[in-house]
Ligand binder design. Structure first.
Ligand code: CTP
Ligand code: MG
Length: 382
C-alpha cells in the first residue's frame, strides 16, 4: 500500500549524552536514522520526509548519502513542532493519504511492523504500535509510595499511522497549553479513533546511554563476518637486514622487491583487501608506479584498514605466518605484533604472528626466498 512517512530526527538527544544528537550517531556502521529510513523505504514509503535540526543539515546529508531518497526539512524546538514541519512538507497530499510518523531514535523498525500497523489502521483515523505495561507501577507522592493499577495501560511506540486529514485537524485544534508527547494524543483530542496494534520490544527508543549499549549488541546481528586470505613471497639478495611485519631485523641478506619487500605486510594487506572484496595490493599500489619504489609497506596496510573503516566495518583479528629457514622470527614476534596492531589501530590481542620453516624443502627451504601467508577476519554492515 502506498503511504508517506515523516521521520522526526530534530531532537538534541540530551539524555543520551555523547555530544552528537542520537539520530546521527553510528549504530553498526550506519547512522541511527538510516536504519528506519531503510525499513520505511523497503516497506514502500514515498515520500520519506526527514525532519532535521537546523544546525544538523550537513551532518544529515552526509549520513544519508547513498541511501534511499529522502526530503530533508528543518525541525522545531519541540517534537510536536518538528512533526508539523514534516506535515507542511506534505501539504499537497490529500487528506485521505496515509502518513506514518516515526521517531528516528527507534532504529529497529522492520517492514513487518509497518505492514501490521497499516493493516491495523484500516479505515480509522489512526493506529499506533503499543505494548501492555508489564512491570508493576509505582508512584511516589509526598513520601507515599502508591501502586497504581496497570490495567488498561499501554506503552506507545512509533511508527504511528494516521490519515493526513485527521492529523492535520488534530494539530490545527491543539491548543499547546500542554506539549503532546506523541501524535495519537493529538488525533484522539479531536475524537479521532486510534487503534492499538501489538508493538515490539525491539522498537524501544534510544533515550539513555545504556540504550545505545543494548542497541550495539542487537546491531551485531545485522553485521556480516568476512574473511580474506593473502600470500606473498620475495627473493633473497645481498644486504644487511630485512623488513618483516613492519619491523627491521638485522640479517646477512635482504628481500628484493619494488617496495621494501615486506612480505608479511603485503600478505596481510591482501588478506584485508580480500575480506573486503576490494581487489589486491597490486591494483591499489601498482608496482609500475614509481611513487611506490622503496615505499614503506605500512602505508599499504594502513590504506586497507582505512577502506574497511570507511565501509563502517572493523577488524576482528588477523594472523600472519612467515615461512623461512632464517632469520629466526621468534625473538621479534612481540615487536611485530605491536607494530601490526599500531598500523591497523587494533589491540595487540587481535594480532597474531607465527613462523615456520619448511625443513629444507622448496624455495624457502633452499633459502632462495621467504614467503608469508595471512588471514584476516572483519565485520561489515550488511
Ligand atoms: N525530536 C524532534 N524535534 C525535537 C525534539 C525531538 O524531531 N525538537 C525527535 C527526536 O529526534 C527523536 C524523537 O523526536 O527521534 C523522540 O524524541 P526524544 O527521544 O525526546 O529525543 P531527543 O529530544 O533528541 O532527546 P532528549 O529529549 O533526551 O534531548
Ligand atoms: Mg526530547
Amino acid at each position: 500500500m502506498s503511504f508517506s512517512a515523516i521521520v522526526v530526527a530534530a531532537g538534541s538527544g540530551l539524555r543520551a549524552g555523547a555530544g552528537v544528537p542520537k539520530a546521527w550517531r553510528k549504530l553498526g556502521g550506519r547512522a541511527v536514522a538510516q536504519w528506519s529510513i531503510e525499513a520505511l523505504a523497503a516497506a514502500g514509503a514515498d515520500p520519506i520526509i526527514v525532519v532535521v535540526a537546523d544546525d544538523m543539515q550537513a551532518t544529515a546529508e552526509a549520513a544519508l548519502e547513498g541511501g534511499p531518497p529522502v526530503a530533508l526539512v528543518t525541525g522545531g524546538a519541540t517534537r510536536a513542532l518538528s512533526v508539523q514541519s514534516g506535515l507542511a512538507a506534505l501539504r499537497h497530499a490529500p487528506d485521505s493519504r496515509t502518513v506514518l510518523i516515526h521517531d528516528a531514535a527507534r532504529p529497529f523498525l522492520s517492514t513487518g511492523h509497518v505492514a501490521r500497523l497499516i493493516e491495523g489502521l484500516g479505515t480509522r483515523a489512526g493506529a499506533i504500535l503499543a505494548l501492555p505495561v508489564a512491570d508493576t507501577l509505582k508512584r511516589q507522592d509526598a513520601g507515599n509510595l502508591e501502586t497504581p493499577s496497570r490495567d488498561g495501560l499501554w506503552r506507545a511506540q512509533t511508527p504511528q499511522a494516521f490519515t493526513l486529514g485527521a492529523l492535520r485537524r488534530g494539530y490545527a485544534a491543539w491548543d499547546f497549553t500542554g506539549e503532546p508527547t506523541d501524535d495519537a494524543q493529538v488525533v484522539s483530542s479531536i475524537d479521532g479513533e486510534v487503534a492499538l496494534v501489538p508493538g515490539d520490544p525491539l522498537l524501544f527508543k534510544l533515550t539513555y546511554p545504556e540504550d545505545f549499549l543494548m542497541a550495539e549488541q542487537l546491531a551485531g546481528g545485522a553485521r556480516q563476518v568476512r574473511t580474506g586470505l593473502g600470500y606473498d613471497a620475495h627473493r633473497w639478495g645481498p644486504g644487511d637486514g630485512v623488513w618483516l611485519c613492519g619491523v627491521r631485523i638485522d640479517h646477512d641478506q635482504t628481500l628484493i622487491g619494488h617496495s621494501d619487500a615486506d612480505a608479511g605486510l603485503h600478505a596481510l594487506t591482501d588478506a584485508l583487501l580480500g575480506a573486503l572484496g576490494a581487489g589486491d595490493i597490486g591494483e591499489h599500489f601498482p608496482p609500475s608506479d614509481p611513487q611506490w619504489r622503496g615505499a614503506s609497506s605500512d602505508r599499504f596496510l594502513a590504506h586497507a584498514a582505512d577502506l574497511i573503516r570507511a565501509r563502517g566495518g572493523q577488524i576482528t583479528n588477523v594472523d600472519v605466518t612467515l615461512i623461512c629457514e632464517r632469520p629466526k622470527i621468534q625473538p621479534h614476534r612481540d615487536a611485530m605484533r605491536a607494530r601490526l596492531a599500531e598500523i591497523l589501530a587494533v589491540r595487540e590481542d587481535q594480532v597474531s604472528v607465527k613462523a615456520t620453516t619448511t625443513e629444507g624443502m622448496g624455495f624457502t627451504g633452499r633459502e632462495e626466498g621467504l614467503a608469508a601467508q595471512a588471514i584476516a577476519t572483519i565485520e561489515l554492515p550488511r
